[in-house]
Write a protein that binds this ligand. Structure first.
Ligand SMILES: [Zn+2]
Length: 187
């Protein structure tokens, strides 16, 4: 029985080159992720979407980005949503952020764990943006709080990398949490 899901993290326009909070080379993951979503290996495909009110608390830390209903909050136009079964929005409460697709920083659910459980999913592959923030947080909570067999496919991820150590440290933190970090995406 195929019980593996693909979790696609935050392909919002604002994280793409030219966006308000651009992640270097972010658009390079889109064809890889489109292929993964279409390859038939996943029983369920979920995309998370950063989705903030205009006065969101994260704008004290980050530039204004992914404002709900704005073009920057929409997915990149080349991301093929045809194979996506569910979209989970996160960061929509004014006073709390949610790097993870699973739970916000107060521990309140975004519904992702419940969606996966309802579909009988026990294994997940996590891809998308950004390796050192929302991919990391989502993968760690998948492996720990949601107790899922979790892999991260690095060729289908890109990091912010505010310092050169950020992505390597994120990879180490994920591994320490029990995430299998894969150097290739053809799995
Ligand atoms: Zn955000």
């Amino acid at each position: 029985m195929n019980n593996r899901a693909l979790i696609i993290v935050d392909l919002n326009n604002d994280f793409m080159p030219g966006g308000a909070l651009a992640v270097p080379e972010a658009d390079q993951v889109i064809p890889i992720i489109n292929d993964l979503a279409a390859n038939g290996n996943y029983a369920y495909v979920v995309a998370t979407q950063d989705w903030h009110p205009l006065n969101h608390s994260s704008f004290a830390t980050w530039p204004l980005h992914c404002v709900a209903g704005s073009p920057g909050a929409e997915f990149h136009p080349l991301f093929d949503q045809g194979k996506v079964h569910a979209i989970v929005r996160k960061g929509f409460d004014t006073d709390v952020d949610s790097y993870s697709g699973f739970y916000n920083e107060r521990g309140e659910t975004n519904g992702l764990a419940e969606l996966l459980k309802a579909r009988g999913i026990t294994r997940v592959d996590v891809v998308g943006l950004a390796t050192d923030y929302c991919v990391k947080a989502t993968a760690i909570e998948a492996a720990t709080l949601a107790a899922l067999d979790t892999r991260v496919l690095l060729p289908a991820c890109r990091g912010v990398g505010l310092t050169p150590e950020d992505v390597p440290r994120a990879i180490e933190a994920m591994r320490e949490a029990g995430v299998e970090v894969m150097e290739e995406a053809h799995v």
